[in-house]
Design a protein around this ligand. Structure first.
Ligand SMILES: [Zn+2]
Length: 147
């Protein structure tokens, strides 16, 4: 998914949350979590390429088309530790049990992000589960349909 679309959706959700809860920080956390979950693409890039070829354009391309990287940008393995449905599930449980509005805001932002990634990337159901990626040995070829 394009980072700018994530930013637009997260901004909208953050605004709605701010308006509905009257909590600026809840809105801000929703917005930030919907965007910064993609920071694991930076980690991924560093694992595979160090600082070589690190440009904003290459990072945007890596976020946008994880499964379609070609040439020197191609990843044989995909870790994406923050893109984890299990961690999100635990966050939701923790947010509901504690009734903490800030955890709820983070959970909403991350949920919207993962849903958009599911919809836009050629992934399988298990691709955004950390255990699914472990079982598939983080193989990009096995985790994405059009690799
Ligand atoms: Zn993402």
């Amino acid at each position: 998914m394009k980072p700018l679309i994530h930013a637009a959706v997260s901004l909208t959700l953050g605004g709605i949350l701010w308006f509905s809860t009257r909590s600026f920080y809840a809105g801000l956390l929703c917005f930030a979590s919907g965007i910064f979950i993609d920071l694991d693409h930076v980690i991924e890039f560093m694992i595979h390429h160090d600082w070589r070829n690190f440009t904003i354009k290459n990072m945007f391309t890596a976020c946008e088309h994880t499964e379609k990287q070609k040439g020197y940008l191609k990843f044989d393995r995909v870790y994406l530790v923050f893109h984890s449905a299990e961690l999100l599930f635990l966050l939701w449980i923790f947010a509901i049990v504690t009734k903490n509005i800030y955890l709820m805001a983070i959970a909403i932002g991350c949920s919207a992000h993962l849903i958009m990634d599911y919809m836009s990337n050629a992934s399988h159901f298990y691709s955004y589960f950390l255990t699914g990626r472990i079982i598939k040995k983080f193989s990009t070829e096995k985790l994405f349909k059009k690799y």
